[in-house]
Design a protein around this ligand. Sequence first.
Ligand code: ADP
Ligand code: ZN
Length: 520
Amino acid sequence: MTQTPHSILKDVFGYHEFRGPQAAVISALVAGNDALVLMPTGGGKSLCYQIPSLVREGVGIVISPLIALMQDQVSALHELGVRAGFLNSTMTAQEAWQTELAMHNGELDMLYVAPERLIQPRTIELLHQVKIALFAIDEAHCVSQWGHDFRADYLKLDMLQREFPNVPRIALTATADVRTREEIITRLQLENAQQFVNGFDRPNIQYRIQQKNTPKVQLLRFLRDEHANHSGIVYCLSRNKVEQTAEWLSAEGFTALPYHAGLTPQVRQKNQNRFLREDQIIMVATIAFGMGIDKPDVRFVAHLDLPKSIEAYYQETGRAGRDGEPATTLLLYGLEDVVKLRQMMSNSEGSEEFKRHEQQRLNAMLGLCEITSCRRQTLLRYFGDTLTQACGNCDSCLTPAQTWDATEAVRMALSCVYRTGQRFGAGHVIDVLRGASNEKINSFNHQTLSTYGIGKHIGADEWKSIIRQLVARGYLDVDAQAYGGLKLNDSCRAILRGEDTIQLRRDIKTSATSVARKQG
Ligand code: ADP
Ligand code: ZN
């Protein structure tokens, strides 16, 4: 009885058509070739190895770091009549032995195994005794030392090529900038793999990025006006802020639960289960939340802090709208985010090269925040995927950003940074520009500077926006050691000398009144 991929798709999985590159990936593997699949979360990666595991003789070995999900995946396969098992550290020796025996007797179509288990000599020996259909390396970006999902055990997976040279391998990931992709290829020795980069566009997700002015008001309006009865995720950078935000949202009448690595596993599990099973739950979380979470009807993802990279932003926003129905994402970001992330990165452990790489990734993210053209086009271009036309479903497309000739104001800001000695943060520089009188200004005698009060006519929020854009574009540097002090970068010389003009984005004003009215 030989079954074709298409008949298995129908008879076993109950679907009628392959999606995106699935058919092509599957034929590559069935033919015995290696493949590298870059497909976003929810794109349908699983079938890419599940079907070839069933078509090819022997057992398909799936390497996954998400041991918490193995049981679910295996149970789901059992429901479909697929003979699947798993091996990981959560099971008893007895259970593991039974699974091994089943595999040895040729009674398994698929085996899910944790990387640390796979690389044990005992497991490798066992695998040599059976016929293997393929190796699937899921979450392959875990080989990347630059990513936050790095697993040292993944580096040892290069032994698959040496130990089992004739078994086709497929590596899969949803997270792949060009550099991570190259790393996967070299580390897993997938030089001959066919590459499939596809389907990164999530057309039902609306992207919005706004200046963070009054974040609570902005978030409340977003939730009340658009998502009153929905489930969604609110990401924050710190555990503290997660706690505070969850409490505050609860006091505002929402069902908001915290999730971060500082909570006990029991609490985390409980909150996660409620989020998965109940309606209208807001999960307030750090990035610890979400990997492998499959909740189809997440209607919104809000970021109260800037993600570290476009990959992170894409992955986190990608948890919205997996059912294909419209979903919205809102990122609020401000100068303080840039300062904080730059400081965290430069104070982190790691080589200079690592830090430089992190800063570059942050710069790409800042670029996405500041562009005035279609966000989706920029986002997709970053992953090597293309969108030929502006999307019509991001804030840049829906409410085209205004730009203005900010040369005059920028010169004021830059000279004020210079005159105050290149060691103060944005708050103080803005106070000086606006001619404020306070103790700090007095104690440094800054009221006597030529730049004191020259920027009165521009509001404090606008100044914040200007300085943020100058930092994002690299005209101003942030001193990572000294409380975010601003410094001139060489690149701003031309503007200071009057040789260059500069256009800046005019941030959309968020009015506090509309929410206040609603609340009242
Ligand atoms: P990923 O691993 O890429 O995040 P999954 O493999 O979990 O995605 O697939 C996401 C969802 O899409 C699942 O519910 C899966 O059953 C469904 N799916 C995958 N391929 C198809 C298809 N060809 N037709 C219909 N549904 C599909
Ligand atoms: Zn767009």
